[in-house]
Design a protein around this ligand. Structure first.
Ligand SMILES: Nc1nc2c(ncn2[C@@H]2O[C@H](COP(=O)(O)OP(=O)(O)O)[C@@H](O)[C@H]2O)c(=O)[nH]1
Ligand SMILES: [Mg+2]
Length: 280
């Protein structure tokens, strides 16, 4: 299934099938590893996951933490029962993830041992919205040394389990779910970090939304980055002027400013920003 939500027709039949498939797969695992974007911990959640995973423990990964606000990541971590703050694109995460999974499932391991099962292999599945880093995360913790486990009787042929180490194995394909888009702000936050394509939104509107939020949450950041007074009107135009972003007629180019600022935001060149607060 394509993960690019803007390239496929996400008609109900498609969704129902994906949902059913994920529900079946979730039955087979001991723990769900839910990836969220550390820059938008709430808007990158999966609205259906809680219902689909029933009572399975969920380990939340605040991924792309290298692009997010470190202090806010820690505040968010406290809100979740099980959570790791990670950057899947760098370092070797196998040990930290395996240890966390084992620690969360300690009781289950002990019960298995008491029943005489000497070596219980824990099964996990990665889920998350498109572009949150699922493939990057799986590649990171699996590495090349991991061999694919063979299919077992009673399990659909297409399901492949990858052995991470002697204790944990992972479903090789992640579950993809539609993000929570309850209102325009959710959609804008997802577009700001590049989780959904911005062609469903007005880009200038999107950047203005971003700048407003930056002014509120990170006063001084826009001034530092673009050298403008961020409390003046016509902020976008002033930034374009200050940065000499011009069109071919040497006129100040708002569309260049929009594209450039979006790029700065998505790459975190603007600064390590988390767009949603954990609250109390
Ligand atoms: N900076 C940063 N980029 C990441 C991280 N994890 C994934 N990415 C990037 O995010 C993009 C989407 O990652 P991918 O694994 O394809 O996402 P998927 O759609 O969930 O499988 C890729 O360009 C990755 O290189 C991370 O922790 N930090
Ligand atoms: Mg992928």
């Amino acid at each position: 299934m394509s993960e690019n939500i803007n390239k496929i027709n996400w008609y109900p039949g498609h969704m129902a099938k994906a949902r059913r498939q994920m529900e079946e797969q979730l039955k087979l695992v001991d723990i769900v590893i839910e990836l969220r974007d550390a820059r938008i911990p709430e808007a990158s959640a999966n609205p259906m996951l809680q219902e689909l995973s029933r009572n399975k423990p969920v380990l939340i990964i605040l991924n792309k933490a290298d692009l997010a606000d470190d202090e806010k990541s820690l505040a968010w971590k406290k809100k979740f029962e099980h959570c790791l703050i990670l950057d899947s694109a760098n370092g070797n995460l196998t040990k930290i993830v395996v240890n966390e999974v084992k620690s969360i499932l300690k009781d289950k391991l002990e019960k298995a041992k008491a029943r005489g099962i000497r070596k219980k292999v824990l099964r996990a599945m990665v889920v998350g919205i498109p572009n949150v880093g699922k493939s990057t995360f799986i590649n990171n913790i699996v590495k090349k040394k991991a061999a694919k486990a063979e299919n077992r009787p009673g399990v659909t042929k297409s399901l492949q389990w990858i052995r991470i180490n002697e204790d944990v194995e992972l479903l090789d394909t992640p579950g993809v779910l539609w993000p929570k888009i309850e209102d325009q702000d959710d959609a804008r936050l997802l577009a700001l970090v590049g989780s959904i394509n911005d062609d469903i939104l007005d880009k200038e509107d999107l950047v203005c939304f971003g700048l407003e939020r930056l002014k509120r949450m990170y006063p001084g950041l826009i001034n530092k980055r673009y050298g403008v007074d961020e409390d003046e009107d016509d902020l976008l135009e002033n930034i374009a002027k200050a940065k000499l972003w011009l069109d071919s007629d040497d006129k100040v180019s708002i569309s260049k400013a929009v594209d450039q600022i979006l790029k700065d935001i998505r790459s975190s060149r603007i600064g390590k920003v988390t767009w949603q607060d954990a609250g109390e």
